[in-house]
Design a protein around this ligand. Sequence first.
Ligand SMILES: C[S@@+](CC[C@H](N)C(=O)[O-])C[C@H]1O[C@@H](n2cnc3c(N)ncnc32)[C@H](O)[C@@H]1O
Length: 583
Amino acid sequence: MPAEKVPDTPMEVLVDLLTKANKLAASSGNVPEELKGHLQKALDVASGMDDYLEKMTTQESEPLAELYKKTISHDWDEVYKEGKTMYRLPKECITGHVEGQTLKMLIHMSQAKAVLEIGMFTGYGALSMAEGLPEDGHLVACELEPYLKEFAQPIFDKSPHGRKITVKTGSAMDIIKELAAAGEQFDLVFIDADKSNYINYYNFILDNNLLRLRGVMCVDNSLFKAKVYLKDTTDNNGLALREFNQFVTDDPRVEQVIIPLRDGISVIRRVSVTPKDSKSQSKVNKDKVFCGVNGRSILDRMRLDGQVAYVTGAGQGIGRAFAHALGEAGAKVAVVDLDKEKAEVVAEELLLKGIIAISITADISKSDDIQKMIDTIVSKWGAIHIACNNAGINMNSASEDTTLEEWDQTFNVNLRGTFMCCQAAGRVMLKQGYGKIINTASMASLIVPHPQKQLSYNTSKAGVVKLTQTLGTEWMDRGVRVNCISPGIVDTPLIHSESLRPLVQRWLSDIPAGRLAQVTDLQAAVVYLASDASDYMTGHNLVIEGRFLILPLRGSIKTGSHSANTDTKLQEVITLFAIIERN
Ligand SMILES: C[S@@+](CC[C@H](N)C(=O)[O-])C[C@H]1O[C@@H](n2cnc3c(N)ncnc32)[C@H](O)[C@@H]1O
């Protein structure tokens, strides 16, 4: 809680006037009781508001509370007299608890990662916003007075979020010119410095694209103690703010609202880029590239809001990562796995993140299980837009020892199971006239990974690619796209099996990326293939393998060696290129 109340907002002006009127009414003999009652009530309504907001707003962190106390109790007049600051700084400058938490909330809501503050004072607003930023977020605070940087820094250093803040001292206009010259861009800009310059900051920021497309600008004191709308205002700052508000209201580049919180915060959003002068406007081609497809920018087009997805084999590894990715992009997700408990745990993870999810237990080698899975999803959510057929198994054996049982088991899950899932989901999608099927194949569909011996796996995954190509071609004109993802060697529980573990080191030396793929390396691909953005793509095998495939060719050129093994590898790569070209 703040140590002391800071006046100077329209509400506080109102409270002040009502208090005076109330006193007059009380001391005057001829004021009707009813009027006195109304005055008292009006005073109660106005004076209770700020306290109530303080109490109902999430408490500030300890470093923020310390910063507030330190600011309020500091003798700013003395500091000025001693020549430590160029200007006399009123402690009322401080943003404070409710506004600080509002800024933090805006940072969360806009998912800002880069913030610019113009006018830092003692850093209360800066630290509040930094608390709302993600770990890799950053905030540049501009402040004229070097003294204030020294004042704020020790408390920034006490906060785990302080390292996100860079304080730049000097004239804010000079600083933002430097930032623009360096090509910096921000998701949120908070203007809270010299009022007469607001309009210059605002124009410079928009004209130089310092505010990112879809960025938000917040402007403090935009009600300026009500002076912006009081007719008798002569105060320069009040008049500057009045002119500023009108300018923004008339500016076709933006939309704005003024939130009557404390001294007013304008929230300004950049809308579609409308060139101001007619000369450049005539040159602008307002096609889909400029305006987006159906007005949706590329990132919007990859959103999956309202879509229904399922992922098989989602209890762990790649499937789990796919389920999270599709859910994060906005889809409802059915988490399907043979292992009931694992499916439940992953569905619970999604629910914790605010994603709508269910778990389904199914053995995808059994057609009845697959049909039940499809029926469950359709009866619950009415559609299936995204089918992620990911479940697969891998058993290792030398080809001469591979049993028919192993062959059948592998094919029953990897190829027959994937086919049955494609067919069952495809029937729903063909009726809908829309659907995205994403199968998990493998790099092993294209080359023969070695030295592991996995004939049935390799062959079944090559089948998945052909299945994908065939269905993709057959169903394309009926709105259903079928693609597959071929990961390289992925760091999943599967490869930590007894038999595969010793091979990991060997694989590593074959991967130019210098590491195994993480499941998170595959997440963007599944979202892309599930989204409208990939509508022109079907029957495609998207290979994500850290350049593993090209290594044999590089090796042979570098060493000039011609071992039988290198020749075989070279042949594989040449064949691979032929395959890729054909497709
Ligand atoms: C209202 S206070 C900022 C409050 C701050 N945002 C907070 O969260 O507490 C205004 C600050 O702007 C600074 N300032 C004023 N004119 C400036 C300028 N031209 N360039 C940079 N900073 C300026 C002042 O020194 C002062 O610290």
